[in-house]
Design a protein around this ligand. Structure first.
Ligand SMILES: O=c1ccc(O)c[nH]1
Ligand SMILES: [Fe+2]
Length: 350
């Protein structure tokens, strides 16, 4: 039995306090066989010390015979919560669900949020959680960007490598992530610090050039050679390049589902504590790679499902593709230029 880590307990109490956990609230931990035991122990102790009534719901891992990876984000949407009315009822009747299993992109996550519960996803290793500890300043920074994104009608992304992508937006909600779940019905992810939205269906056109150093999750390699994607009416219509391109084409074809080629959420990273290099320090199975999704100034491209946004494209193949050195424009106003975030005080008045 490993001794509870006092620093980890302090970090969990910090984040649950930011998540407004109050005495007497129902806090439910959702765990699975691959849940990090130190996180589970610290979350359980922290919630109890804040006076919550704490429950643990434990479910088996599934999809093992379908997914090509043990990474929880590699096969999304189908979870052990499906058809488990007892577990779902417990989660829907909670004030805060601490998701230590990963329900992302599942219909059940939406049902839990509709009940008014707050949800906090946390599946990274303890030291990553402690290194990217969220703050009210993260919330301020991300919400300022959310405010701008919510009133935008178009998004355009360019890069020196050759990316030239354009889409209409506004038909889907903005999902911001600042690392704690402090409002009823809010879903958030610790660690994070970025925001996304989905393009209006069939309006995304152009070229995406994935350059050396860009990352494709869940492959978790830094690209060694460029991959060129043609995008037509919201779908990848062609994939060209060298070995990395062959791997991508083969992986997506495995699912035998045309919806895997759809453009999914688009956004940019706003977490200065997240590092592009962190993924390179880990074995693939030790982390889902939130540093890559959140590092300051990335453009986060992605493919596949839109169920997070209330859509019905429920394909299990979801690729998150953080790219460096891109310029992201909203209604032609720059949010990032060549991978550098434009500070709010230099932006047009909201
Ligand atoms: O925080 C996350 C993580 C994965 C993902 O697809 C979206 N947001
Ligand atoms: Fe994603």
């Amino acid at each position: 039995m490993s001794l509870p880590n006092p620093q980890l307990l302090k970090a969990w109490k910090h984040v649950l306090t930011l998540s407004k956990v109050k005495a007497g609230e129902a806090v439910t931990l959702l765990v699975s066989s691959n849940t990090n035991q130190d996180n589970q122990a610290a979350a359980y102790l922290a919630a109890n010390e804040l006076g919550a009534t704490v429950t643990v719901v434990s479910l088996p891992q599934i999809n093992t015979e379908l997914s090509l990876s043990r990474d929880k984000t590699a096969y999304v949407g189908a979870t052990a919560l499906q058809n488990n009315k007892a577990a779902l009822a417990a989660l829907q009747n909670s004030d805060l669900v601490i998701d230590l299993m990963l329900l992302l992109f599942s219909p059940e996550q939406a049902k839990i949020l509709e009940s008014g519960a707050r949800m906090l996803l946390a599946v990274e290793p303890p030291e990553v959680l402690m290194r990217i500890l969220p703050s009210q300043d993260d919330k301020r920074r991300v919400l300022a960007a959310e405010h701008r994104l919510k009133r935008a009608k178009t998004m355009r992304i360019e890069s020196a490598a050759g990316t030239a992508l354009h889409c209409e937006i506004g038909g889907y909600p903005v999902i911001s992530e600042y690392g704690f779940a402090d409002e009823p019905g809010r879903w958030d992810h610790w660690p994070s610090g970025f925001l996304v939205t989905w393009p209006n269906e069939k309006t995304t056109n152009g070229t995406v050039v994935l350059d050396r150093g860009d990352i494709i999750f869940p492959f978790k390699d830094y690209l060694r050679s460029p991959i060129e994607l043609d995008i037509a009416n919201g779908y990848i219509s062609d994939i060209r390049g060298g070995q990395d391109s062959d791997f991508l084409k083969s992986y997506m074809a495995y699912f035998k589902d045309p919806e895997v080629y759809a453009v999914s959420h688009l956004g940019w990273g706003l977490q200065p504590k997240a590092q592009w290099t962190a993924l390179g320090m880990y074995n693939k199975e030790e982390t889902i790679g939130q540093d890559g999704r959140a590092f300051y100034g990335n453009f986060l491209f992605s493919t596949g499902p839109n169920t997070e946004a209330g859509g019905n494209r429920n394909t299990p193949c979801h690729l998150d593709i953080p790219m460096r050195n891109c310029s992201v424009f909203l209604d032609d106003e720059p949010m990032t230029v060549h991978g550098e975030v434009i500070p709010e005080d230099q932006k047009a008045v909201a």
